[in-house]
Design a protein around this ligand. Structure first.
Ligand code: HEM
Length: 527
């Protein structure tokens, strides 16, 4: 009897083993071969697939070479430097090409109409792909990476935090954080020899936007929020490095020096966030308030711990809230900081636009503190500040590319897309396509937006800085209000110009950043 059981077990084990080997063979050898053939028949080619590594060696080689290039300060033609592999492959294989991130097939789609069809699909046919665990540790298992009903539920819970009245209240916090930083700049300039100071503005904006998100997300508990975010920023360095390589499943559990650091920092982030949530739970306001845990971002999410009759299905667990906090910091602080950084660069290179915006701000609010209503006004299409920010979002978009995965075999335009193929939409490329933006696509020309976003290019959705469709950025109004508040306060108080030692080197570090920082000379206006 025993020997029969033993035989059955051996056979079962052999079956499992063989099926695993076949699965690996299918992913590593057969699928790349079959997909390459299927796309070739449809007229789509691309760089060759190399076992396990796919096209990653080429990507690394070209990225390394591109990093040596310092661009002319006046050039906005950054595509070749930021994602050189897309540039080289599109020259060689055409607009649509197939490449391999390890064993993962990616189809590059640069046509805004096809991109819109992918991003606007409401039936879950193009999902957010699974990200590697390092990126998930960093960005949290929140809204950004979810799909299906989980995403619907989460988005409904979080939406009220970005309603107009909540945003209005947040503007006060944004202004307070900014003023304390600008007072410090002014103080330093007063002490300096010719009342000018050189500031590494990218670092300053990163501090400022982290401060703002800590205040707006956590209200009075912002000190602990800042602690959590500081650890999360450190985590980003480690996770970005791990994300650039081929991911070997299971490697995240090995006690390598880098994993040990990641685990330690993640514990720190979670510890600080848990302490904030616990203290909020204790300080709950009883008596039927809509947001018994406060009306900041955290409070709105915590209200969903105890759903009311009408929102029974939208209950959140504490650990889900914690992950969502990580997501908001990741998605919301560096993106806005980069938008502000690149704005300072272009307003320094184009002093005529700096003067126009200064005039506009002084006309609308004088030296007074800009409030939400004034800032909302600056959003109107004819307002120059709005046009400038949209033009920066086009030329120096913090988000470099968007990725989706076909959950079924799909027809897209003339192409048949096999299930599990990833579709990569290179925003950097689409935003400077002469076909859609005209011959001056690489020039800084805010006036192209004077008729509104949909009329600025030949395709109404050619501007994809906040994405399009149902998964468009939930924080876009927050980000634009923040950028306008910070910019208005700077223009009221300072004039600025580019430091001669600036090296123009935009680079892809999950978001678009100046590789060597952005040194800016700041001078208070009344000096
Ligand atoms: C200039 C600043 C910003 C830019 C350029 C930006 C860009 C984007 C883009 C392109 C997406 C779509 C990503 C994708 O589909 O793969 C996105 C999604 C998202 N953004 Fe932003 N973002 C900015 C600011 C913010 C802020 C301030 C917050 C929060 C406070 C935020 C929170 C999010 C979240 C949670 C998502 C996921 C939404 C969903 O999938 O439902 N973002 N953002």
């Amino acid at each position: 009897m025993d020997s029969v059981i033993c035989l059955v077990l051996k056979i079962a084990l052999a079956v499992v083993l063989v099926s695993k080997i076949l699965q690996v063979f299918r992913i590593v050898v057969w699928r790349p071969h079959a997909l390459t053939k299927s796309f070739k028949k449809q007229g789509v080619t691309g760089p060759p697939y190399f076992l396990l590594k796919g096209s990653l060696d080429e990507v690394k080689k070209w990225k390394k070479a591109a990093r040596e290039i310092i661009l002319d300060t006046n050039s906005n033609d950054i595509f070749k430097r930021v994602i050189p592999h897309y540039y080289i492959w599109s020259l060689k294989y055409g607009e649509t090409f197939l490449f391999w991130h390890g064993t993962q097939p990616h189809l590059c789609i640069s046509d805004p109409e096809l991109a819109k069809q992918i991003l606007s699909n409401k039936f879950g046919f193009y999902n957010k792909p699974c990200v590697n665990p390092f990126l998930q540790t960093l960005a949290g298992k929140g809204l950004l990476f979810m799909n299906g009903l989980d995403w619907v539920r989460r988005r409904r819970i979080v939406n009220p935090a970005f309603s107009l009245d909540k945003l209005k209240a947040m503007v006060k916090r944004m202004v307070a954080c900014s003023l304390s930083m600008f007072e410090e700049w002014k103080h330093q300039a007063e002490l300096a020899e010719n009342n000018c100071i050189k500031i590494e503005i990218n670092e300053e904006f990163q501090k400022l936007t982290a401060d703002i998100i800590a205040h707006t997300a956590f209200g009075s508990s912002y000190v602990h929020g800042k602690e959590a975010f500081k650890a999360q920023r450190e985590l980003q360095r480690w996770c970005a490095a791990s994300n650039a390589d081929v991911f070997i499943p299971g490697s995240q559990y090995l006690p390598t020096p880098s994993n040990l650091q990641i685990w330690k920092l993640d514990r720190k982030v979670k510890g600080s966030l848990s302490r904030i949530i616990e203290s909020r739970l204790k300080s709950k306001i009883t008596g039927g308030a809509d947001f018994p845990y406060g009306d900041d971002l955290l409070g709105v999410m915590m209200a969903a711990i105890e759903p009311t009759q009408s929102n029974r299905n939208f209950k959140l667990q504490i650990d889900e809230i914690l992950e969502e906090c990580k997501t908001f910091f990741f998605a919301g602080h560096e993106t806005t900081s980069n938008l502000l950084t690149w704005t300072m660069l272009l307003l320094s290179i184009h002093p005529e636009w700096q003067s126009k915006l200064k005039e506009e701000v002084l006309e609308e609010c004088g030296m007074g503190i800009p409030d939400a209503d004034i800032l909302a006004k600056l959003k109107l299409r004819s307002y120059q500040m709005n046009m400038v920010l949209l033009e920066i979002l086009r030329l120096y978009c913090p988000a470099i590319a968007l990725v989706r995965e076909a959950s079924e075999d799909m027809k897209l335009g003339n192409l048949m897309i096999p299930k599990h193929t990833r579709l990569t939409i290179p925003i950097v490329k689409i935003h400077r396509s002469k076909e859609y933006w005209g011959e001056d696509a690489n020039e800084f020309n805010p006036l192209r937006f004077k008729g509104g976003i949909s009329k600025a290019a030949k395709h109404p959705n050619a501007l994809m800085g906040f994405s399009v469709g149902p998964r468009t950025c939930i924080g876009q109004n927050f980000a634009m209000l923040e950028a306008k508040a910070v910019l208005a306060l700077i223009l009221q108080r300072f004039s600025f110009s580019l430091s001669p030692d600036y090296k123009h080197a935009p680079t892809d570090v999950l978001t678009l950043q100046p590789e060597h920082g952005l040194p800016i000379i700041i001078k208070p206006l009344n000096m």
